[in-house]
Design a protein around this ligand. Structure first.
Ligand SMILES: [Zn+2]
Length: 81
C-alpha cells in the first residue's frame, strides 16, 4: 500500500508543478492583454452595425447595445483545466 501512496504523492506533486507553471503563464498572458478595453456597440437586430460609442442604429433607430467580446468563456475554460 505504501507504494501506492508514494505514487499518489508523486503524481500530485507533479500535477501541482504543472498547474503552477500554467497559472504563471496565464497571469503573464493576462498582463500582456491589458489594452484599453475596446467596447463596441451593436444593434440587437443588425449585428453588422458596429459603433465604438453608444447611439442608435442607422437602419432601424434602435438603441445600440454593448457588444461583449466572446473571449471570456475561453478564459474560464482554461482556468478549469
Ligand atoms: Zn438595427
Amino acid at each position: 500500500m505504501k507504494k501506492v501512496m508514494l505514487m499518489a504523492i508523486a503524481i500530485l506533486f507533479s500535477a501541482a508543478t504543472v498547474f503552477a507553471a500554467h497559472t504563471n503563464a496565464a497571469v503573464a498572458d493576462t498582463t500582456k492583454k491589458v489594452k484599453p478595453a475596446k467596447v463596441q456597440y451593436t444593434c440587437p437586430m443588425h449585428p453588422e452595425v458596429l459603433s465604438d460609442k453608444p447611439g442608435k442604429c442607422p437602419k432601424c433607430g434602435m438603441t445600440l447595445v454593448k457588444k461583449e467580446p466572446a473571449k471570456k468563456k475561453t478564459d474560464s475554460a482554461k482556468m478549469k483545466m
